[in-house]
Design a binder for this molecule. Sequence first.
Ligand code: FAD
Length: 408
Amino acid sequence: MDLSYGAEYESYRDEVRQFLRENWTAEDAAAAPPPDSAAALLGAVVRTDERATQFRLKAIARGYLYRHVPKRYGGSEQPPDALKAQIVAEEFRKVRAPHEVVGQGPSMLVPTLVEHGTEEQKQFFIRDTLLGKIMWCQGYSEPNAGSDLASLRTRGVLEGDHWVINGQKIWTSNARTSQWMFCLVRTEPEASKHEGISYILIDMKTPGIEARPLRQMTGDADFDEVFFDNVRVPLSNLVGKRGQGWHVSRSTLKHERALIGGSMIHRRTFDGLLMLAQAVPLRGQPASKNPVIRNRLVEIESKLLALEYHQYRMLTMGIRDEEPGLAGLVLKLYGTTLNYEIGRLAMDILADRGLLAPGEGSAPAMGMFLTAYMWSLGMLIAGGAANIQRNVIGERGLGLPRDAATKR
Ligand SMILES: Cc1cc2nc3c(=O)[nH]c(=O)nc-3n(C[C@H](O)[C@H](O)[C@H](O)COP(=O)(O)OP(=O)(O)OC[C@H]3O[C@@H](n4cnc5c(N)ncnc54)[C@H](O)[C@@H]3O)c2cc1C
């Protein structure tokens, strides 16, 4: 296996480093606002302050960010080159420079709009979404439609040039803080389950929308239930064709899985776990010297390396312009399972002290590991529950017989 990038790419790396030296200082990196939520504490929130935005605009102009998005919509429109994109991500990460904004808007909606949106939608939404100026939430799940998403029942009826929407969504991350929602709505009740759904963009300020917070075990309320009572949405907010929302939403989900399963965040949490094991005493010596803990650390690091190599394999597929297919599902399943194992070991090392919540003065590592552990359970479910992923990988990848209990 040859993991070197080659001379041409190493000179590209030098160019990126030079750009960073000229445009992003250590003081800029240190000026990051303090983490104010569980997600920020875990490093999953990116900067969108004015300094970060100015830097991002320069990086886009140089062709470093949003390579896949056309220039006229605010991207840098570069020829596909997965290695260049990888080098930019690596170098930006080293100096904590603002990379692409992650989140449901830039990572999930934008690729969908580029593929299926109207010219007007692209012009109106993409640029501001890429810079984190429009925040989006995803209105897919309903009380009786999660894994079996195509059972969703929120209704949209066309009256003149407006959809009138009634129904309920659930587990909608950040609904109260988002300006817009991309939503799946049943518009053709007589059509078959997967055919009668439309993909509609909804302004969260529209009268008739109520978002009620759901409290999680972390103590935060990052989710909402969203109720729609005769919500009127312009017909022009439809993405793709009427009744084709299932097809449109598939491209969104593909991006969500890559967002959730990627190894970068797990490497960061694992590095934190190592520091914790070296700092926390267990029977008179650092936990990292305890043979049982050492075994588990080595086991986790081996899995993390396997995940990183799996991502290299996906990178190679990207270079060859191949679809990731099941490799994307494996990334999500394996990454989220590993994240759970990291959180679990941290809790075992911390024992009773692990129960101190973020904000309590004596909480080790600011209570980050308690939050990480609780989040890891949610990540096993978000974007498609682990059991479902196992079913799909088993049936389509390994050729196992179909699950007799499921009608899909
Ligand atoms: C952190 C987090 C963030 C989320 N954010 C959003 C969001 O922003 N927008 C949104 O729309 N949704 C969001 N969700 C919801 C998420 O998509 C659903 O929770 C998920 O699809 C599972 O659906 P469900 O909760 O209804 O569980 P169910 O589908 O009821 O599943 C319950 C359990 O049964 C198992 N199960 C179900 N069917 C099968 C089967 N056929 N074979 C084997 N096992 C099965 C599942 O694996 C699971 O363990 C989020 C969830 C989490 C945890």
